[in-house]
Structures are given as C-alpha cells and as structure tokens.
Design a protein around this ligand. Structure first.
Ligand code: FAD
Ligand code: EPU
Length: 353
C-alpha cells in the first residue's frame, strides 16, 4: 500500500488557531497499514513526525520541518463488555464530540460532562481531556497504540497511561517524535484507537459548581444524561469562543498546582483568589483568575489577544501569526510570574516555541 505525500503543505485549515504554517510533508493515515507504509518511505521515515487530530491543542509558532500525519482511522463499535460496563472502541480519527452525542443518542451515556470538547478520539488520552468534573481516564478501558519504532501494536491500560491532570505518559514520551515532548526523528507512538468503558448503572456527575448552578437554573433537580449534556453545552457556548469564528485552542494554560504553604501566602495577599483543594494538601489555582487579576482579560498584542469572557483562552483576532500568539503567551506568563510568583504552563503542544 502507498500513501500520498504532499510537500510544503499549508497547515492553516487543519488547526483551530487558524494561523499560517507549513509542513515539509503531509499525509493522511486511515489505517495502521498507512502508518507502516510511511515508516518505510525514504522521503519521510527519518524526519520528525507530528500526528495531528483536530489541531485544537496545538500552536504552530513556526513551520514544521518534518512529516505531519493527519489521523483518520475511523470506526465506533461496541466490543465485548462485562456485567458492569459497556465497552466502545473508537478510532483515533473519530470526532470526539460527535462520538459523545452519538453514544448518548444510542443509550450509552457516561460522557456527557465531556460533551463539546473539540478534537479526535486519538488525542483524548494525550492530555487526558477533562471538563465539568469528569476526566477521560475515568471512562477508559484501554488505549491502542502503534509503536512506530518497532512496528508493534500495544493495548495500554489506564494505569500504564499514567494519567494525571492534563497529563499522561504520552506527554512525557521521550522516544519518537510523534508525541508531545519527543524530539527524536522518525515515527513514535501513535494512538490508533481508544476503548471506552461506560458503566451500565449511570449516575449523574453534577457536583461541579458551575454545572450545578446551570442545572438548578433549568429546574433540573434529578437530571438525566440528556439534561447534563445540554447544560454542559450551554455553559461552554457562553464562555468559550467558537474556533470557526475566533481562532483558539481552549485553555491556553494549565491550572497550576501549588503547595499548602504557597497557597496560604497567596491567599494572604489576594483573598479573592480562586483555588481548589486537592488530595495531599496541595491546591489547584484558577489560572484564568490569575491572568484576570493581572488586568489582562481582553488585552490585545498585535493581532493576538486574551479572550474577553475567559482570560485563560488566547485568541487569534484575525490574521495573527503563530509567533505573535506565542509572544503574547510568554508575556502573560511573565506578568503572572511577576505579580504572583507562580509559573503557568502552556496546555497546547507548541511547535517551534
Ligand atoms: P491535536 O491538537 O491535533 O493534537 C494535540 C496533541 O496530541 C499533539 O501533540 C498531537 O501530536 C497529539 N496527538 C493527536 N492525536 C494523536 C494520536 N492519534 N496519536 C498520538 N498523538 C496524537 N481540552 C480539555 O481537556 N477540556 C476542555 O474542556 C477543552 N475545551 C476546549 C475548547 C475549545 C474551544 C478548544 C479549541 C479546545 C479545547 N480543549 C479542551 C483542548 C482540545 O480540544 C483537546 O486537547 C483535544 O483532545 C485535542 O484533540 P485534537 O485531535 O484536536 O488534538
Ligand atoms: N476566572 C476568572 N476570570 C477569568 C476566567 C476564570 O476569575 O477570566 C475564574 C472563574 O470565575 C472560576 C475559575 O476562574 O471561578 C475557573 O474558571 P472556569 O470554571 O472557566 O474553568 P477553568 O479552570 O478556567 C477548566 C479547564 C477547561 C474546562 C473547564 C470546566 C483547564 C486548564 N481548563 O477551565 O478545559 O472546560 O475547567 O471543567 O483545566 C481546556 O483544557 O482547553 C479547557 C477549556
């Protein structure tokens, strides 16, 4: 089998910041065989590889001098479950929010808190997507990974994925360049499918304060999956920009986690600080609040800006370059560090930062 390769390809249509950037080579892979064929192709096999799903968590601060592979492995199918849960295998190239809606529609609830998150099934485990009180890790049976260095398929359990808050083993993968943080050339590990685990006994997860408020406002005292789904989409629609209208990658920074001592010190100086206690005495700080408190909400630098309704989101105000957005991000980081002494780390993968 051979896969067609495009040279000097524009990436602009394939990522949600919508900035102009080029890939030295680009291909679409709809199967493991397609990945294998690229692995054998002398033009690209020794270059850095970058797997691209929906491009909703990536910033191209420069061109990519390697091979971009657009993930297009499809398929959503129910596989053998057990008495407690359904198992659904989702191809790495499936659209995540479509899958959530489709499963809900066919009486397979459990993902409604994760409704409306852009991107693909294959990218979902990379940062362990999360929203409104649920993380992917809690609904996952396994991740099917093609190890391009050795051309083998592995089925990883959630434990083997070492999931954390916006984190997984894939983000720390040093070998192979297909994944975040990896610098070596050639194919790395590619998520070709994930298998979800959806408990048959459904229970609403409605404790997230904003979701609870929304459900109450809608008069939903005992919400079902559809009501949670609708409420989550309504909240998201109010405060997150639609990438089709205003380029963005969702939260640009992760919420930083600090010790009890640092938290107490910050609170002494900023009593309205928004934070959440974690197990083990540490605290997660709302990075959006920190940026907002620096007076940066709505700030514009060149053609890049801090979103007016949610300071954690950086936007392309029209025609921005990836470099401009990256410079704005660094300025925001610096201002938060100066004011609070806290380092906020980018959430998206930065290419050429
Ligand atoms: P991409 O941006 O294409 O890739 C992201 C990273 O994963 C890259 O490093 C890429 O190389 C790697 N990757 C992608 N696919 C594969 C694969 N198959 N195998 C190996 N590596 C791969 N995230 C949340 O967690 N919660 C939210 O609530 C949320 N809200 C968002 C709202 C908006 C408006 C936007 C624009 C983004 C939001 N995000 C959120 C971030 C983003 O949607 C998720 O991180 C999503 O999982 C990214 O999917 P993607 O397919 O677009 O990944
Ligand atoms: N806040 C402000 N000013 C702002 C923005 C936020 O004061 O400009 C305050 C809010 O009032 C709130 C707190 O900060 O008290 C937290 O804000 P929000 O509820 O909007 O959540 P977040 O922490 O900013 C996180 C995720 C989102 C996810 C939501 C819901 C991260 C980095 N972000 O946002 O995920 O959808 O919670 O669970 O964890 C993403 O990862 O791209 C993303 C959008």
């Amino acid at each position: 089998m051979s896969v067609s390769l495009q040279q000097h390809a524009s990436l602009q249509p394939f990522h949600t910041f919508g900035t102009e950037a080029r890939a030295a080579w680009m291909a679409v892979a709809d199967s493991v065989d397609a990945l294998r064929s690229l692995r054998m192709d002398a033009r690209v096999r020794d270059l850095p590889w970058l797997i691209l799903g929906g491009g909703s968590n990536v910033l191209f601060a420069s061109d990519f001098e390697g091979l971009v592979i657009r993930m297009a492995v499809r398929g959503v199918e129910e596989v053998d479950g057990d008495t407690d849960a359904w198992r659904i295998r989702v191809g790495g190239g499936e659209n995540w929010s479509d899958v959530v809606a489709r499963l809900l529609h066919s009486d397979r609830p459990g993902l409604e808190n994760l409704a409306g998150i852009p991107g693909t099934g294959g990218a979902a485990p990379i940062q362990n997507i999360g929203a409104y009180g649920v993380e992917l890790a809690e609904r996952l049976h396994s991740v099917t990974v093609w190890d391009g260095r050795h051309d083998v398929l592995h089925e990883l359990s959630p434990e083997e994925c070492e999931f954390g808050y916006r984190d997984s083993v894939f983000k720390r993968d040093g070998g192979g360049s297909g994944l975040p943080g990896a610098e070596l050339a050639g194919p790395g590990r590619v998520v070709v499918a994930i298998t979800l685990r959806l408990p048959r006994r459904w229970a609403a997860v409605a404790g997230y304060a904003e979701l609870e408020r929304e459900l109450r406002a809608r008069g939903e005292e005992r919400p079902g999956p559809r009501e949670v789904f609708d409420a989550v989409l309504a909240i998201r629609g109010r405060k997150l920009p639609d990438p089709a209208v205003l380029g963005n990658a969702g939260s640009f920074f992760k919420n930083p986690i600090v010790s009890r001592e640092v938290h107490a010190e910050l609170l002494a100086h900023a009593p309205s600080l928004v934070s959440y206690p974690l197990a083990g005495g540490r605290y997660k700080l709302a990075a959006g609040w920190l940026i907002d408190a620096c007076g940066l909400k709505g700030y514009t630098r060149g053609r890049a800006g801090v979103f007016e309704k949610q300071a954690l989101v950086l936007v392309n105000r029209g025609g921005a370059s990836g470099r401009e957005i990256w410079e704005l991000a660094q300025e925001v980081q610096e201002r938060v560090r100066e004011r609070f002494g806290v380092c906020i780390e980018p959430e998206p993968r930065i290419i050429g930062g």
